[in-house]
Design a protein around this ligand. Structure first.
Ligand SMILES: [Zn+2]
Length: 153
């Protein structure tokens, strides 16, 4: 303090006093702590915490379930005779985006909704797709460039 304060008619209340702390003296109960931890875990499971890891977002799931994806997948399967392009296995097969990965397209076009995805032609280009069995798909990882090289594709 010190110095003269000119009062301009309004009384300046001590606004700092409004920070009533609701948490004052309250510690999180064991239950709340647990809830918070579970919520955090769920975020991780939803892929909201790290994007780099396989793109397991709800949006990706939604895209995989849309008719356009099913159509694209069946076109790829038909072209490849329902067989894995690497080993010829016709058991459990999956359609893989290749040479451009799903993630590459997804981020490249900044896809933020199922609609964006449906409007993205490159995502549905059957020249950018291949049929893989579960094993081969696993081996390719996210991009599969090493593996693809090995097989000369
Ligand atoms: Zn295979």
């Amino acid at each position: 303090m010190g110095g003269i304060r000119k009062s301009g008619g309004f009384k300046k209340g001590n606004k700092l006093g409004c920070g009533k702390s609701y948490w004052k003296g309250k510690k999180f109960s064991q239950k709340t702590k647990l809830k918070m931890r579970v919520a955090q875990k769920r975020l991780v499971l939803l892929g909201k915490h790290h994007w780099g890891n396989g793109l397991s977002t709800p949006l990706r799931k939604a895209i995989r379930e849309c008719f356009k994806y099913r159509q694209w997948r069946s076109d790829i399967f038909t072209r490849d005779n329902f067989r894995c392009v690497f080993c010829g296995n016709s058991g459990y097969i999956e359609a893989d985006h290749y040479p451009k990965s799903f993630a590459e397209i997804f981020y490249g076009y900044n896809i933020k909704s199922v609609e964006d995805a449906i409007n993205c032609e490159e995502l549905w280009n059957i020249n950018n797709g291949r049929t893989l069995c579960e094993d081969c798909h696993k081996k390719t990882g996210n991009h599969g460039k090493k593996f693809a090289k090995k097989y000369g594709r």
